[in-house]
Design a protein around this ligand. Sequence first.
Ligand code: CFN
Ligand code: HCA
Length: 539
Amino acid sequence: STKKYPAPSDIKEELLKKYPPKVAKKRGKAIVVNDPEEIPQVQANTRTIPGIITQRGCSYAGCKGVVLGPTRDIVNLVHGPIGCSFYAWLTRRNQTRPDGPEGENYMTYCFSTDMQEEHVVFGGEKKLKQAIQEAYDLFHPKAIGIFSTCPVGLIGDDVHAVAREMREKLGDCNIFGFSCEGYKGVSQSAGHHIANNQVFKHVVGLDDTDKGGKFKINMLGEYNIGGDAFEIERLLAKCGITLVASFSGNSTIGQFENSHTADLNVIMCHRSINYMAEMMETKYGIPWMKVNFIGAEATAKSLRRIARYFEDDELMQRVEEVIAEEMPAVQNVLEATYPHTKGKLAMLFVGGSRAHHYQELFGELGMETISAGYEFGHRDDYEGRKVIPNIKIDADTKNIEELKVTPDPERFRPRKSEEDLARLKEEGLDIRDYEGMMPDMKKGSLVIDDISHYESEKLIELYKPDIFCAGIKEKYVVQKMGVPLKQLHSYDYGGPYAGFSGAINFYKDIDRMVNSRVWKLIQAPWEEENELEATYVTP
Ligand code: CFN
Ligand code: HCA
């Protein structure tokens, strides 16, 4: 890049300067200057320091909003005050086809027990039973999931006992609870884990029907934000790959029940769904492999990896044909945008996988990601599995129980033997090889976990990036600073950004954003009036 900015170590120092010593020491461990050759250790998945304005959300958001939210035919019933439901009501832009072949679809509904003071004082189980009965009478759904919010855990309502009782009473409705109170764990991440456990325990494996298909996969960690899953489904179908289940974009409970019949799990967002993949491998023998459909090159590579895994010449040839068919349109748009986007600087602070995945797309536009970080990623998401081979996948989440999973004597079927996997590795397909954010970022880029609001403002001042990618809480402050912000959560109003057509959409949107002069014309309120400055009290 041609832009000049201070050395990353100076920037780090500048970010920490304002904090009291103890806070600076802790934050310092979460801010690291990257070196892909010698990956530094980064502090991640630790509690946010109180008083710091974080981007993070809660466990309930990770369980209800993220993992179960995109399911179509499970009634997602929130046990708690109405606000918890309202703020998780389709705000994530997980889509559903308006034109069917849906059948049941409850995604647009907002189910809540509407907990009141009376229930906090005298208990809310009765109200919960009534709500389940009401949902059942109205819709006769195949399944109802109950999500605990903070007060439920505080007063001790037993949602699992209620689920059991109502399941027995109603007979033909699968009812299960999630103890995903917002305060569990340190972020959304704990909620992912809780969601994985309960879906695995109560749903996966219920339907053994072999539904046919030669190359059967599940797509894990794809949530159909802005219609991404539709584009991926289109590509898989075009290649002749059968999608048994998707966890959980555009999914049905029937898919989950049947998902153990697949021959491979491919994982998009490893952070949110790795638990499911590990448990399915242990119990049923289904191997898993990381893929990435964000970026045209990444999409091509991922399709080739899947074809390679199945070791089928016809499939490999078909995948090449599809890539050759799709690429010219992508190249055309890229040729038109690249000259305007080349050399521009991006910063990505979002979630637990996109801050990494979207660097591919920016790379295709010739843009450099100078600084990036996750809200709630773990160390393996940053440092990569390869550099820390013995990392226990979820070692640092102490307060979420792991399910005890053992091979199912009847249904365990190793899809590939250890020898097969070793041979594939020799031939260039190491299904266990996935890299995190840092191996893919340049030396000297600044990696920051759980970035604070203050730090992001400082970063923008110092780097003057051409685009900042984050979420709704950051969007307007950043734009008032004269920098366009692309929401990498909801895509604002855009998308899909996955696959080949998604890449085209992204190139066009980013070109428009980084080359618009409108942001520079804005005068922020604090440029007109005196700013109120506060300093931390040092104890
Ligand atoms: S769709 Fe995913 S891709 S599931 Fe996760 S870690 Fe969130 S909701 Mo927002 S956009 Fe984000 Fe990732 Fe996986 Fe989304 S980067 S924060 S919990 N996320
Ligand atoms: C969540 C959901 C979220 C929030 C997005 C944002 C999403 O974490 O609860 O902060 O703008 O993608 O909808 O990540």
